[in-house]
Each structure stands twice: as structure tokens, then as C-alpha cells.
Design a protein around this ligand. Structure first.
Ligand SMILES: *Cc1c(COP(=O)(O)O)cnc(C)c1O
Length: 363
């Protein structure tokens, strides 16, 4: 960049933004892609062809229906959103995080979450100049509920995020502990259920029980990451408030039409998720046998593994696994609790076979 441009950027762009790195996504070209919890399965040919037909008939010259009421009604039904609750859609749940944070962003408001957890909770707080407080998990990534309750009493957060199951650790915190947090919270608690299809537990049916709780989900981990669709379910008072911060046409015509078709065929996606679950247990039992690796409990479509050894041991294994054609996610150098930790997304049986052999060779 030329010097005058640099100087004006340095003057105008917020120092926190200058200091941060843009969200990094690795190039996976030519690699078995097991880094970001996508479903490894594409659509069956006949369903893909039907979608082609639907897309060819769309009026792309028109703006989307701003309320996306058809898709919202379908989510209500298919995802068993309780009666009396409403649904807000986002361009990925990433965008829902942005809307919720914007809606609570009073001067001086605090945002809180366990740490480590999903990076976007802290990022959107930073973007909106809110203070983010991460409450450290224990060494084994279990929730330190007493520490969390104490931090809430001290900081009085307007907004608490609980990823259930948690990313990148994979574990689901105990339901009773989350209930205590919701009951004690002075503000809103969002239960982020991005991995609900693999967890078998949900707070969705309990929305009516807690007036300060909403549930956020995404279709990204069950085969629709490319569509970008997330949603928040809760009482009309909450959803109506978040909706005011929403870009009017945030769900595009293609996403709405394709998501409707796929949710009408949800049994296809459910069957794919069931295969992933089965594979998770198989991969876990194989990895657990390897010396030099600790596998943490997971209720999601990935496993967190810690490589034994000193500083750099995890990154060395990551690089060797990559040299053998498999991309996973390396967490060394991030949150201190994640030193030497790798996150392995579960793939197809064939991809998992390649992963297991690459890991064996790399330890
Ligand atoms: C993947 C993930 C999301 C984001 O999903 P998108 O809908 O693809 O934006 C949200 N929360 C957690 C905990 C995740 O792991």
C-alpha cells in the first residue's frame, strides 16, 4: 500500500481492527477436508437434479420476500420449535450472532462465554465495542460452573453464549449446570446448538420455561454449509428485537428455495448425520488405542485430540498429517488450554480410514 493510504488507514481504522487478523480458512485444494465440521456427504443425484430444476425457475430479478415466511414456517414445523415461539433467520448462524450482539449493545454491556468456545462470540462483541469476558474451562474442558456463576455475579453480562455441545472441545456441558446459569443470568442466554443433530439433547422444547433463554441452530453441519442458513428460536419479544437489527433481504432467493426443498427431505440429511455419528464412535475407538494421543469426549461431528509432548508437538503432527493429504485444524498458539490440540472432523468411512492411517504414521 502507498504511504498516504497507509497513513489514512492508520488514522481512520479502529486500532482493535488494525491489530486483529481476518478469520483464516485454510486452502484445502487436493486434501481430504476434515477441518471445519462440514458434512462429508453430497446430495443424492435425484434430489440434486430436482434442486437444479427449482433453481432454474426462480425469479432472480426479484428481491427475496423479506420475511422469508415460508422457510420460517417450515423450520418451525420440521425442527419442532414450540408453539408461541418465533424464528429469526440469518445468513449462517454467524449472522445471527451479529444481530443478537447488536440488539444488546448498550454502552458498557458485557458479553460472556466459556473459553475456549466459538470464536465469533468474542469477535462480534469486539466489533460492537462491547467487553467480552471468557470464563476458562477446566484443564479437561469441563465447565467450571461455580467460576462461571461467580463471573456472572461480578460482571452482570447482558448476553451469555453457551455452545451446547461446545466447539472446539466437542463436549456438551451438563444440562443441570446450564440450567443454573440460565436461572442466575441477569440478561439473555443463547444456547448455540450448532451440533444438536449429533448430540441428541436440546433446550428447544424448554423455551417456554426460561424467559431469558433463546436457542440458536444452523444447517451447516448437516450438509448445507454452502447455503449459509442459521436460525434463532425464542419468545416473540426476543425474536422481534433481534429482527430490528437484521438486513432486510438477508436470506437470498437461492438459499430460501433450496433450504425449503432440503428440509422437506430432511430424512436424507438425518440418514447422513446418523452415518457420521456411527463413524465418530468407530474413529474414536481407533484413536483411543494410539499412544501419544488423548481423545476428549465428543457429542459433535468432530473429535478433539491432544498430542503428547512439549511445545510444537501438535503442530508437527498437524503438518505430517497434512503432508499425507489430510487437512485437520491445529489449535496450538490459540487459547492456552488448547496447546497441542487438533480438531478432527468426521468424514466418510473412506476419508476416516485415510485420516487414521495418516495420524498413525505421524505420531
Ligand atoms: C459452526 C458453528 C457455528 C456457525 O455456523 P454457520 O451457521 O455456518 O455460521 C455456530 N456456532 C458454533 C458453535 C459452530 O461450531
Amino acid at each position: 500500500m502507498s504511504t498516504p493510504a497507509k497513513a489514512i488507514v492508520a488514522k481512520v481504522i479502529r486500532p482493535e481492527i488494525q491489530a486483529m487478523q481476518a478469520y483464516a480458512v485454510s486452502d484445502a485444494a487436493g486434501l481430504v477436508k476434515l477441518d471445519v465440521m462440514e458434512s462429508p456427504y453430497r446430495l443424492p443425484q435425484d434430489l440434486a437434479a430436482e434442486i437444479g430444476d427449482i433453481v432454474s425457475k426462480l425469479a432472480l430479478n426479484r428481491y427475496p420476500v423479506p420475511s422469508a415466511h415460508k422457510l420460517r414456517a417450515l423450520i418451525h414445523e420440521v425442527m419442532q420449535v414450540p408453539e408461541g415461539c418465533e424464528v429469526l433467520l440469518g445468513n449462517g448462524s454467524d449472522e445471527c450472532i451479529q444481530y443478537i450482539t447488536a440488539a444488546v449493545a448498550r454502552e458498557g454491556a458485557v458479553v460472556m462465554a466459556p473459553a475456549p468456545s466459538f470464536a465469533m462470540f468474542a469477535m462480534h462483541a469486539l466489533f460492537l465495542r462491547l467487553r467480552f469476558v471468557g470464563v476458562a474451562l477446566r484443564e479437561d474442558f469441563s465447565l467450571d460452573t461455580e467460576a462461571f456463576l461467580a463471573a456472572m455475579a461480578r460482571e452482570k453480562p447482558a448476553l451469555v453464549w453457551i455452545a451446547f455441545p461446545n466447539n472446539p472441545t466437542g463436549n456438551a456441558f451438563p444440562v443441570a449446570d446450564i440450567e443454573r446459569i440460565v436461572r442466575a443470568a441477569p440478561g439473555l442466554v443463547v444456547i448455540d446448538e450448532a451440533y444438536q443433530p449429533f448430540a441428541g439433547v436440546t433446550f428447544m422444547p424448554r423455551l417456554a420455561e426460561f424467559e431469558n433463554m433463546v436457542v440458536m441452530r444452523t444447517v451447516s453441519k448437516i450438509g448445507m454449509a454452502g447455503l449459509r442458513l442459521g436460525y434463532v428460536c425464542g419468545r416473540p419479544e426476543w425474536i422481534g428485537s433481534f429482527d430490528k437489527t437484521r438486513s432486510p433481504f438477508n436470506i437470498n432467493v437461492l438459499t430460501e428455495a433450496v433450504a425449503i426443498k432440503l428440509l422437506q427431505n430432511k430424512s436424507v440429511l438425518d440418514a447422513q448425520a446418523a452415518k457420521v455419528l456411527e463413524e465418530r464412535e468407530r474413529v474414536r475407538s481407533e484413536l483411543t488405542r494410539l499412544a501419544g494421543l488423548t481423545i476428549f469426549p465428543s457429542a459433535a461431528n468432530f473429535l478433539l485430540a491432544r498430542v503428547a509432548g512439549g511445545k510444537g508437538a501438535g503442530t508437527r503432527v498437524f503438518e505430517r498429517v497434512k503432508d499425507q493429504g489430510v487437512l485437520v485444524k491445529d489449535f496450538s498458539g490459540g487459547h492456552p488450554l488448547l496447546e497441542n490440540c487438533l480438531r478432527l472432523t468426521i468424514g466418510t468411512p473412506e476419508e476416516n480410514r485415510i485420516l487414521l492411517s495418516a495420524v498413525r504414521e505421524s505420531l
